[in-house]
Design a protein around this ligand. Sequence first.
Ligand code: ATP
Ligand code: MG
Length: 251
Amino acid sequence: MSIIQLKNLKKHFGNQEVLHDINLEVNKSEVVVLMGPSGSGKSTLLRCLTFLEEPTAGAIKIGEHTLAAGEKLTRQRKNKIRDLRKSTGFVFQQFNLFPHKTAIENVMEAPMIVKGMKQDEARELAQSLLDKVGLGERCNHYPSQLSGGQKQRVAIARALAMKPTVMLYDEPTSALDPELVREVLQVMKELAKEGMTMVVVTHEMRFAKDVADRVVFMDGGYIVEQGRPEEIFNQPKEDRTKRFLAQVIGE
Ligand SMILES: Nc1ncnc2c1ncn2[C@@H]1O[C@H](COP(=O)(O)OP(=O)(O)OP(=O)(O)O)[C@@H](O)[C@H]1O
Ligand SMILES: [Mg+2]
């Protein structure tokens, strides 16, 4: 059963079409890794999925929320976009934590503001999520007092606090020192094991091999090929995939 559906998705920036008629379905509990060269449209795809960018054409479904591109921005549509967004957790390369709030306050914020959760309940939820990502002891630290890996784990806990149907990650480990990458990937791996549906933009081959059910390779705004990690990595069919993999492995 698919939980995410992209139908004939297109995105233009001015005259430039950066996503060309993308069709993609993701099943419940599936982990999809999106790979591809810089500028291939990976971030734009994730951003369109949550309407952080308005798609030019096509339709998007996440869980029970369906939205078509290009409709007038009525209040009803704004509500629909908000509901769709509430059902997704988005983790960015640059963490995007509130610098003046502690770890636990960062995690409590959205449930209280967006869902109207009581402070005590939000604190309890946030504490349990910080425990889950291994940061229970650091809950009163400010972002400036945390390492990059710890900040990213707080960001994951914060996304989880909204009890999302799907988690989206845009290069969650690319801003991290190599020794901190693993702790973040480990948290993501555990979430995957628990059955979380995830779309992950990453070049971490090891993670893709160990955790992904499917690798989707993009280039130039197209999905060039997709398949199980071992198929894509060991027997890529398309030249563009081969070239990209040779480059990533060579790094
Ligand atoms: N806000 C914007 N305005 C104009 N063009 C944009 C904008 N955002 C992205 N683009 C263009 O869209 C294309 C796809 O960009 P996108 O950021 O989605 O690529 P990407 O695959 O995520 O690349 P990277 O690996 O470098 O993050 C690029 O040509 C980029 O220049
Ligand atoms: Mg990107």
